[in-house]
Design a protein around this ligand. Structure first.
Ligand SMILES: NC(=O)c1ccc[n+]([C@@H]2O[C@H](COP(=O)([O-])OP(=O)(O)OC[C@H]3O[C@@H](n4cnc5c(N)ncnc54)[C@H](O)[C@@H]3O)[C@@H](O)[C@H]2O)c1
Length: 450
């Protein structure tokens, strides 16, 4: 059987999570045929790993402006998009028109016009698009899906989801491109796409309308100065800055081999600084967001995201007409995969305590009980390994009993909540999602979307 040919666009921190397993555990059935990125230095970092630790051999590295040549010359079957969020649509669309299937990191894209263009390119090409929603594949979250789908609390009418990003992981979004709405779509798209997708999938429902509030309450120069932390805003970046020695928000790129190779050594290529001061002036995203979502089938979600919390995790409660489920996960702080254990002494930072996960069912008129949890180890609570297996293994089933594969329409259903929330905050009004992108108007369940 010929190997499936993969090309990767975007060779930053995240791509390691997929490239490493592809060229090691899954190399018998798959081939990595090319890399593409704005930064030759980052691609060279990957090629050193490919030739060295992963014992695979270097592959052709195409600068971003030669992506069409990559498609022509290396003929990938699947283009895997791991670049900055605002660039996803461009690579997805060009790959589809070249006859490739696509797997893209979340978010599918960052605004309604780009989303419509992706859906149009998919229709025209007939090729397959998958969104790498790893959260769905976490064993605990799949267990929640199983409980809801089997009717343990009857029909669910309302969901509350509070997500906390801590002053380590949450702050990291304010150091780099995520801090600009034009590049990340704000955390309402970049981060919350995970959470909106989870709720869409848990409820098997399609979001219809959103009302939202958002503020920049903690990060940014003005906020630091107003609460007497102006000294933390005194320098533009952290690496090599003696005044940042005791700064709790400090990230020194020289302290980590992977950060030095991927980011510090690559600064001259594209001007991308990975460690900018989180209390600088040019941040235009929110660090606290709250919103309500009404679904096509009537359910309501109350959602809050805080990006400056002392702890990291989420609490979700489902109110059904036969009872209630409370799910929580406090798995400790984490940053992206390029950070090796021990780097930056993240584990030592206060507030990083892991409380773990629990699911408790409260049936009406009966005692509550804890649900035994499946084992989970590995990155993102075990989700990354299971997701990777589904992408790369020939043994992975084509269909999934819990409907965990997400295509372009399900990817759109999730980002549209965040995109609508942005409009709602700007205009102080409820926003109807079908006014942004008319997504399968007759469908009532998420599982009816591709
Ligand atoms: N599912 C998850 O758990 C998870 C975790 C982290 C990141 N991600 C996603 O993965 C993607 C990459 O994130 P990251 O953390 O690796 O970020 P990163 O900044 O480390 O890497 C982004 C890469 O995109 C490249 N890039 C920027 N503009 C480009 C262009 N025009 N053409 C080609 N390449 C370009 C950059 O040079 C960089 O190498 C993002 O879409 C992010 O949302 C997902």
């Amino acid at each position: 059987m010929p190997k499936t040919r993969f090309a990767f666009v975007g060779t930053g921190g995240r791509a390691i999570s997929f490239i490493e397993p592809l060229v090691t555990r899954y190399r018998e059935h798959n081939a990595l045929v090319a890399l593409c990125d704005l930064s030759p230095t980052r691609m060279a970092y990957y090629n050193r790993k490919l030739a060295g630790a992963w014992n695979y051999g270097a592959v052709p590295a195409y600068p971003a402006d030669q992506f069409d040549a990559l498609l022509r010359e290396t003929k990938p079957d699947i283009v895997f998009v791991c670049s900055k969020d605002s660039t996803h649509h461009d690579y997805i669309i060009r790959a589809l028109h070249a006859g490739c299937d696509v797997i893209t990191e979340k978010p599918l894209t960052i605004d309604a016009a780009k989303c419509r263009a992706i859906l149009e390119a998919q229709r025209a090409s007939g090729r397959r698009v998958r969104v790498a929603f790893n959260y769905r594949w976490g064993p605990f979250r799949t267990k929640v899906k199983e409980l809801l789908a089997t009717g343990v609390i009857g029909r669910v009418h309302a969901v509350n989801l509070e997500y906390l990003l801590d002053t380590n992981h949450g702050a990291d979004y304010f150091r780099r491109w995520h801090a600009h709405a034009a590049e990340s779509g704000t955390l309402l798209v970049h981060k919350s796409t995970h959470h909106f997708d989870l709720v869409n999938w848990w409820l098997d429902a399609i979001p219809a309308q959103v009302f939202a509030y958002g503020d920049l309450a903690f990060y940014g120069r003005q906020n630091a100065e107003a609460r007497g932390d102006g000294h933390l805003a005194a320098y533009p970046r952290y690496t090599g800055e003696p005044r940042a020695k005791d700064d709790p928000f400090r990230l020194d790129l020289d302290e980590s081999e992977s950060f030095r190779g991927l980011y510090r050594d690559a600064e001259a290529d594209s001007g991308y600084l990975r460690d900018r001061n989180v209390f600088r002036d040019d941040i235009d995203i929110y660090d606290q967001m709250s919103l309500n979502v009404r679904y096509r089938t009537g359910e309501v979600l109350t959602y809050a995201l805080t990006a400056y919390s002392p702890r990291e995790g989420m609490r979700v409660s489902f109110n059904g007409d036969r009872g209630r489920i409370e799910y929580q996960e406090f798995i400790g702080t984490h940053m992206n995969r390029a950070v090796s254990p021990g780097d930056f002494k993240i584990e030592d930072k206060p507030g990083a305590e892991a409380e773990g996960e629990s699911i408790r069912v409260f049936p009406h008129f009966k005692p509550s009980y804890l649900v035994p949890l499946p084992p989970a180890t590995g990155a993102h609570g075990g989700a990354d390994d299971i997701l990777t297996h589904s992408f790369f293994s020939p043994d992975a089933p084509a269909t999934d009993p819990w409907g965990r594969f997400a295509g372009h329409e399900q990817g759109a259903a999730s980002i549209l909540v965040g995109i609508a929330a942005r409009d709602s905050i700007r205009d102080n009004r409820p926003v109807t999602l079908s006014d942004l992108v008319p997504l399968a108007p007759a469908a009532t369940k998420l599982s009816q979307l591709i």
